[in-house]
Design a protein around this ligand. Structure first.
Ligand SMILES: *Cc1c(COP(=O)(O)O)cnc(C)c1O
Length: 337
C-alpha cells in the first residue's frame, strides 16, 4: 500500500518499537516517568523554551495551550482555516468558554496585520469578549509561513498585550524546508504545540513548549481534559526516537512531494494547485474521477476520494522514492497518458 491520505498513517519502525520496549517508566501524573521527563526536556531545549509537556494528541496540546492563555469570556484571533479553529471540534469554545475570532487568510497562509488590528476588541468595554491571544499555524497547508511575517505579527500581538501560540504540528517540516532552527521558529511565540505523530513517525504524541509558568497551567488543563497519562514513557520513547532519528529525513519527504507534483503536472487532466514541504494539492478533471477512485485502490494506492474540490496528497516516511515512481506510473495509466 502507498498511502497518500496523510502523514499520520505512518507505523512505528522496528527500531522505534525497540526504543519503546526498553523505556524506563513511572507514573507521569505523579511526575515520575523518566522517559516522559527526558522527552519534555529534550523538546523544550531544542525549541529554546523553559519547559515542555507531553500530550496524547495535538488537539489536546493546542487546547490546553489556548486555555493556559485565555479564560472564560476571552477570545483568540485565529485563521479561518486554521486547525485549532476548524478541525478541533470547536474545543476552545466548547470546553474553554473561549470565543474564536476567525480571520481570512491570504493565499500564503498569513493573516493580514490590518485584519488582526481591526479584530482586536476595545479594552474595558463590556460589549466585547476580551482579546487575549493570537494563534498561528506553521506549516499551514504545507506552506512555510514567512519568518518576516511571523516576527511582524507576533510583535503586533505583543504591542496590543496579546499572548502568542503556534500550532506547530509540522514545525519540524518548516524547519527542514527553511533552514531555520526549531528555536528560531519557536522564539516569537509564548507557546508552541509540536506533533510527533505526523511525518516524524511516532504512533501518538505531541509536546507543548513554553515558559514554566504557562506549562504549569497547561498541565492542570491537561488533567482536566483527561490527558493525564500514567506509564506514558513507552509513548514518549517513540517520540524521543523520532526526535533523534526522523527530523533530518523530512527532507526526503519534501523531495518526494516535489517529485510527485512534477510528475502529476505532466499528466493529462491534472492540475497541480500547490506543492510545498510534504504536501501536493491537485485537481483532477471530472472525466477521470471515477476511474481514479476505483483504479488507485485496486493498485494499492490510497488517496482521499476525488470529488469536486482539490485533493491533498501527503508524503511521509512510509513512502519511498520508488513508491512515488510506481504511483506516477499508475496515475499515468489511469489518466490515459
Ligand atoms: C494533526 C494536526 C494537529 C493535531 O491533530 P491530532 O490528530 O489531534 O494530533 C494540529 N494541527 C495541525 C495543523 C495538524 O495537522
Amino acid at each position: 500500500m502507498i498511502d497518500f491520505r496523510s502523514d499520520t498513517v505512518t507505523r512505528p519502525s522496528a527500531a522505534m518499537l525497540q526504543a519503546m520496549t526498553g523505556a524506563p517508566v513511572g507514573d507521569d501524573v505523579m511526575g515520575d516517568d523518566p522517559s516522559v521527563i527526558a522527552l519534555q526536556q529534550a523538546v523544550a531545549a531544542r525549541a529554546g523554551k523553559e519547559a515542555g509537556l507531553f500530550f496524547p494528541t495535538g488537539t489536546q496540546s493546542n487546547l490546553a495551550g489556548i486555555m493556559a492563555h485565555c479564560g472564560r469570556g476571552d477570545e483568540y484571533l485565529v485563521g479561518q482555516l486554521a486547525h485549532t479553529y476548524k478541525y478541533e471540534g470547536g474545543g476552545a469554545a466548547v470546553l474553554g468558554s473561549i470565543q474564536p475570532q476567525p480571520i481570512e487568510h491570504e493565499a500564503d497562509g498569513t493573516l493580514p496585520i490590518a485584519k488582526l488590528e481591526a479584530a482586536v476588541k476595545p479594552v474595558g468595554d463590556a460589549h466585547y469578549a476580551r482579546t487575549r491571544l493570537l494563534a498561528l499555524e506553521n506549516t499551514f497547508h504545507g506552506k512555510v509561513i514567512p519568518q518576516a511575517y511571523v516576527l511582524e505579527a507576533t510583535a503586533f500581538a505583543r504591542s496590543r498585550g496579546l499572548a502568542t501560540h503556534l500550532d506547530g504540528a509540522r514545525v519540524f517540516n518548516a524547519s527542514v524546508a527553511s533552514g531555520l532552527s526549531l528555536s528560531e521558529l519557536c522564539q516569537p511565540f509564548d507557546t508552541v504545540s509540536i506533533c510527533f505523530s505526523k511525518g516524524l513517525g511516532a504512533p501518538v504524541g505531541s509536546v507543548l513548549v513554553g515558559s514554566q509558568a504557562l506549562i504549569d497551567q497547561a498541565r492542570r488543563w491537561r488533567k482536566v481534559l483527561g490527558g493525564g497519562m500514567r506509564q506514558s514513557g513507552v509513548l514518549a520513547a517513540a517520540a524521543h526516537y523520532a526526535l533523534e532519528h526522523n527530523v533530518a529525513r523530512l527532507a526526503d519527504d519534501h523531495d518526494n512531494a516535489h517529485r510527485l507534483g512534477q510528475g502529476l503536472a505532466a499528466l493529462p487532466g491534472v492540475q497541480v494547485l500547490a506543492q510545498s514541504t510534504n504536501m501536493v494539492f491537485v485537481s483532477f478533471a471530472p472525466a477521470h474521477r471515477a476511474a481514479l477512485n476505483q483504479g488507485l485502490k485496486e493498485a494499492g494506492i490510497l488517496m482521499s476520494a476525488v470529488y469536486d474540490g482539490p485533493v491533498r496528497l501527503v508524503t511521509h516516511l512510509d513512502i519511498s522514492r520508488a513508491d512515488i515512481d510506481r504511483a506516477l506510473q499508475v496515475f499515468a495509466r489511469l489518466l490515459g497518458a
